[in-house]
Design a protein around this ligand. Structure first.
Ligand code: ATP
Ligand code: MG
Length: 359
């Protein structure tokens, strides 16, 4: 599948940037919502610069009391990246906290955003509810969309491949850029979100069929799960509660198993594992009419997931055995990224007239 470059992307220099929080291993939601697009973009080579980073500063905003978890998951996320096919020769992979310029930019941007604006962010709002912060919301947590604006603008990024929970963050970044440029003169670039053309990929539900698949919610199929774990998770997935007997007509719309197939299954998968049906439309039609059991559909979904995860697992094994190589990749990428971020910070300080000792 070729990713079409929309007009707004072509107008600017194409600098792709995206990140993930080291709060756990990457899962199928990341894969369909963002990772697949990143690898596709990388391989198309249709860009000027590409950055992927591990957002540990952001992870600490709601895991500040669990530093071990964040530390351990730096390595895990890095291995996940390399296993899905991100190539350090083409993509700069870095660790957020190792680039202090990002924190400095955050501080300057904080003046450009009101508290009321932060509190209106729908993703942050629902996360606050989910995390049960009550009246004890850490300032750093509420502030993370501003820190995200620093990450994006530090690299003058224009293309941000994300799931739809991140759209409010991109909007917030665009507002900060406009506000900064208005006050201090043209310095920063407005980014655009790149979201999947396939609607179900923008927010893949969890195996519970309810909220989005999320590391923090424990409703994930992880890229590193072994075959047995995947089978168990798929077989206990939520389907249509009214589809009791095989002959009953079933619902495919609010049915997580069909949503996953919509996100993952190709016609080649049908040919390989379920040749009785040409494609997903035919399978859906049969399920909706009645006469198709959940176990059969789940068995097919398992085959599809295994087809995707098997090569990823193999690569993972290699990097697990060569962990020094993984850290070297992070170190090199971080060094390269810091150079770029420090150039932007210099421009920012000049625009803000706080480059006192430059003359
Ligand atoms: P956490 O629960 O710690 O927030 P997460 O599972 O939401 O973790 P993030 O690191 O916050 O993962 O998200 C990284 C990227 O993956 C973002 O671009 C986000 O939009 C995308 N993403 C996360 N979950 C999904 C999902 N279920 N469907 C599609 N995209 C997703
Ligand atoms: Mg998240």
């Amino acid at each position: 599948m070729k990713i079409e470059m929309k007009e707004e992307f072509i107008a600017n220099k194409r600098i792709i940037l995206t990140g993930d929080r080291p709060t756990g291993n990457l899962h199928l939601g990341h894969y369909v919502g963002s990772l697949k697009n990143r690898v596709e973009l990388q391989n198309q080579g249709d860009y000027d610069e590409m950055y992927v980073f591990i957002a540990d500063v952001q992870a600490l905003t709601d895991n500040f009391n669990n530093p071990r978890k964040v530390r351990d998951n730096i390595k895990e996320v890095a291995i996940d990246y390399l296993s899905v096919g991100l190539d350090p020769a083409k993509v700069t992979i870095f660790v957020q906290s190792m680039i202090p310029e990002l924190a400095e930019l955050t501080v300057y941007y904080m003046n450009l955003v009101t508290l009321a604006r932060l509190e209106r962010n729908p993703t942050v709002k629902s996360e606050i509810k989910q995390k049960d912060f009550g009246n004890s919301i850490p300032v750093g947590f509420l502030n993370y969309p501003i820190s995200q604006a620093a990450d994006i603008t530090a690299f003058q990024s224009t293309i941000i491949p994300v799931g739809d929970d991140q759209l409010p963050m991109i909007e917030q970044t665009r507002e900060i850029v406009r506000s900064f440029n208005n006050i201090y003169g043209d310095t920063l670039v407005e980014p655009n979100a790149l979201i999947s053309d396939n609607k179900v990929c923008r927010r893949l539900p969890g195996t519970d069929g309810k909220a989005k698949m999320s590391k923090s919610l424990g409703n994930c199929i992880y890229l590193k799960d072994d075959s047995e774990t995947v089978k168990k998770k798929v077989m206990s997935m939520y389907t249509d509660p009214n589809h009791i007997r095989v002959e009953d007509p079933g619902d495919t719309k609010n049915n997580a198993v069909f949503i996953y197939l919509e996100a993952l299954a190709t016609d080649e998968h049908f040919e390989k594992y379920l040749p009785l049906y040409k494609n997903l439309d035919e399978l859906k039609a049969h399920y909706e009419k009645g006469g198709l059991g959940d176990v059969k559909v789940k068995g097919f979904l398992y085959d599809v997931i295994e087809d995707i995860l098997t090569p990823i697992r193999e690569k993972r094994k290699y990097y697990e055995e060569n962990i020094d190589l993984v850290y070297d990749i992070l170190k090199d990428g971080t060094k390269k990224a810091e150079k770029k971020a420090s150039e932007t910070l210099k421009e920012v300080k000049k625009a803000m007239l706080i480059d006192y000792f430059e003359e």
